[in-house]
Design a binder for this molecule. Structure first.
Ligand SMILES: *Cc1c(COP(=O)(O)O)cnc(C)c1O
Length: 421
């Protein structure tokens, strides 16, 4: 569920008309709903009511400071995957004891940064990383709580570029080797082994792969406890999918995910962490764009809009589907037309949708991409020297620009010309 509905023929974000934001900010832009972000966080939080728990928002999905502050104020922790994300979380006021550090390639500098600023736990992904963290922590005279990310070799049944839980993926240690890796970790100074971490992929639309992974984690918990490890925290990762195509079956709800987790690992008495990203932010955002031209091709109509693959790369990168709707509600019974919806970038990959049925639009009309709040703005670039587009946050009848569009001068002045040129 989201808070983007037509009212009096105009698409709104909560109580604000999208057209009013466009008039002030200029297209294209991202707009997020506070109410949707809040609702989605709470759904996960309530789904884990059965355990001592922390919902660590995977901030790579949308790491705007205002989004982090909003979620942090609700009690969210953060799952970070880089030094930059760690600094962003701290800048938004998230205390170190609510930040977990994930990622396959943490550098020593990133480890030091987090150990200095405070960290809840590191999720370790390999033996060399474990060694490095032990050395860094020891050299600073601290001991840091760690979990080890296991790769359960489970098919997440999602897009291959975002599946992370099969043995051929780069993530985690093979679960079959967990016993010896945990023994090695326990022997290292500076590390306190407290739990197990698993994350099998993103945009999962079925519960079954989660169930398989959680069962393996439960078995491993018992095995490691028998080996003398005090396993008391389970990080069950993120990955729950969202309905990008409204006509398709809806993916499982956070409540069902929480129930599954309780069924599979509830009896172990562990503290539970989860790391949802997409489900919290995805349907909390729209990308709003203006139609520049409608052009007649040899055998098709192109809708050329002012947003492009640099603003939202998911269609080009994953062949992802986004619902695209007119901002002015089409009249009932209007005949739909087929468009190839494309951006202005000089690549054929800059295509958002092919042969998409839509109500007819004209140059100057606004269209909105639904489900664009996650992996949208954060994956944007300035390719073709197109400025990063603004982000706007709505709260009831108010809205605020939470990231400005840079000026051309700001973009150009990031480069420097050496004195010898
Ligand atoms: C990307 C990622 C997540 C979040 O995945 P979503 O599909 O956005 O919920 C959680 N944990 C880790 C380790 C990740 O890499």
């Amino acid at each position: 569920m989201d808070h983007f509905l037509y009212r009096d023929g105009n698409l709104h974000a909560e109580d604000v008309a999208i057209a009013d934001i466009a008039a002030q900010v200029g297209a294209p832009f991202y707009v997020y709903s506070s109410a949707t972000l809040t609702r989605h966080f709470r759904l996960f939080d309530e789904a884990l009511d059965w355990a001592d728990h922390l919902v660590c928002y995977a901030m790579k999905a949308n790491s705007n400071q205002a989004v982090l502050k909003l979620l942090g104020d609700l009690g969210a922790g953060m799952d970070v995957v880089s030094g930059g994300e760690y600094m962003r979380a701290k800048a938004a006021g998230i205390p170190g004891e609510r930040i977990v550090f994930s990622g396959v390639g943490k550098t020593r500098a990133e480890m030091r940064l987090a150990l200095e600023g405070g960290i809840r736990q590191f999720n370790i992904e390999s033996e060399p990383e474990m060694q490095a963290l032990s050395e860094v922590a020891s050299s600073m005279g601290v001991t840091v709580p760690v979990t080890i990310r296991v790769n359960p070799d489970v098919d997440a049944k999602t897009h291959e570029k975002i599946a992370t839980g099969k043995s051929e993926n780069k993530f985690g240690i093979p679960i079959s080797r967990a016993k010896e890796v945990y023994a090695a970790a326990a022997a290292l100074p500076g590390l306190e082994v407290i739990g197990i971490d698993v994350h099998i992929g993103s945009q999962l639309t079925q519960l079954e792969p989660f169930g398989q992974a959680f069962e393996k984690v439960a078995e491993l918990t018992k095995l490691l406890r028998a080996e003398g490890h005090d396993i008391r925290r389970l990080d069950l990762g993120g990955g729950l999918g969202i309905p990008y195509e409204r006509s398709n079956d809806a993916p499982p709800l956070p409540q069902e995910f929480g129930q599954l987790a309780q069924d599979k690992v509830g009896h172990l008495g562990c503290e539970i962490e989860i790391e949802p990203g997409r489900l919290i932010a995805g349907n909390a955002g729209l990308l709003v764009s203006e139609v520049i031209y409608v052009k007649e091709g040899a055998d098709r109509q192109f809708m050329i809009i002012d947003a492009a693959m640099n603003d939202l790369i998911r269609p080009a990168m994953y062949g992802a589907y986004h619902d695209i709707v007119p901002v002015i509600e089409p009249a009932a019974g209007v005949e739909q037309v087929k468009y190839d919806i494309v951006g202005p970038i000089c690549e054929s990959g800059d295509t958002f949708a092919k042969q998409r049925m839509m109500p007819p639009v004209a140059a100057g009309d606004l269209v909105a991409f639904r489900s664009a709040g996650a992996y949208g703005a954060v994956m944007a670039s300035e390719y073709n020297s197109r400025p990063l587009i603004p982000e706007v946050l709505v709260h009831e009848d108010q809205f605020a620009v939470i990231r400005e569009r840079p000026t051309f001068d700001e973009m150009i002045n990031r480069d420097t010309i050496p004195s010898w040129l």
